[in-house]
Design a protein around this ligand. Structure first.
Ligand code: PEP
Ligand code: MN
Length: 287
């Protein structure tokens, strides 16, 4: 059997064309703010799961930048499984996010949970995050396809690789090709970790698709002590970067404290990564 490089996206001709450079251009990375994800360098995006206060976000952002992060994350609207759990500061935190990202001069990604947030968030984020729970929200994907902002498309926690690619195709068909894929783990029979991080999908997406691929070992494992090793594994598998949760005091975090790195753990990660990348003839992205 002859397996071609595009067998999984063969039903998505536009993606095949983009991958093979048959469109007017070849996708060479996705520009976000003043940086680019996916041109061979390794981009670390990090920040708290949720923006909780101006102080918490500013402190974390300064750390992210100091140790080599090139992008900032921070949830404003949170899609929580439990309706009584913290739902994010929402609009109240727009000004905090704008000020902090300007102070550290890093681009900012945050999750959009509803198409009605698009016009507001256009002014706040440099990249829209489509969360795992919304990967199948085709109305949202279509609307985002009409924008020109980059989209970080997380894999649904029960989505096959192909369903994830079809979600990307929804955005692409709307006219937006600035798509960054994000593997964040899937639900399997295994319950020892929050999710099963699918390392295969990283290497597969790099081979099969035209898009940069970011790994999220925070949600992929659910445990801070697993984040460093799985980050290194993702880098070794060819990921273009990471999306990492870090918090000044994980024990008091309003969401995802268990998987949030302490500042010291983030520093450890950022010290190890360049050494691994060096062995692979790759380099950290700089901003
Ligand atoms: C997040 O990034 O905080 C998040 C909610 O992620 P996911 O959609 O992957 O669960
Ligand atoms: Mn989270």
């Amino acid at each position: 059997m002859k397996i071609t490089a595009t067998f999984l996206i063969r039903d998505m001709p536009a993606l095949v064309d983009l991958k093979q450079g048959r469109m007017n251009h070849k996708l060479s990375g996705v520009k976000v703010g003043s940086g680019t994800i996916g041109t061979g360098t390794f981009s670390v995006w990090a920040g708290p799961c949720s923006v909780e206060s101006a102080e918490q976000f500013a402190k974390t952002a300064a750390l992210v930048k100091r140790f080599g992060g090139v992008g900032l994350r921070g949830g404003l609207f949170k899609l929580r499984t439990d309706p009584t759990a913290f739902q994010g500061l929402g609009r109240e935190a727009y000004d905090i996010a704008k000020k902090v990202k300007a102070d550290v001069a890093l681009p900012f990604v945050s999750e959009i949970t509803d198409p009605r947030q698009i016009s507001d968030l256009l002014d706040v984020v440099d990249m829209f995050q489509v969360g795992s729970r919304n990967m199948h929200n085709y109305a949202l994907l279509k609307e985002l396809g009409q924008t020109k902002k980059p989209i970080l498309l997380k894999r649904g926690f029960a989505a096959t690789f192909k369903e994830w690619m079809l979600a990307a195709d929804y955005i692409f068909k709307g006219g937006n090709e600035a798509i960054v894929l994000c593997e964040r783990g899937i639900r399997t029979f295994e319950t020892s970790t929050r999710n099963t991080f699918d390392i295969n999908s990283i290497a597969l997406a790099k081979i099969e698709t035209p898009f940069p691929v970011i790994a999220d070992p925070s949600h992929g494992t659910g445990r801070a002590d697993l984040v460093v090793p799985i980050s290194l594994a993702a880098a070794a598998a060819g990921a273009d970067g990471l999306l990492i949760e870090v918090h000044p005091d994980p024990a008091t975090a309003k969401s995802d404290g268990n998987q949030s790195l302490t500042f010291a753990q983030y520093e450890t990660l950022m010290t190890k990564l360049p050494k691994l990348l060096n062995a692979l003839d790759r380099k950290m992205a700089v901003i």
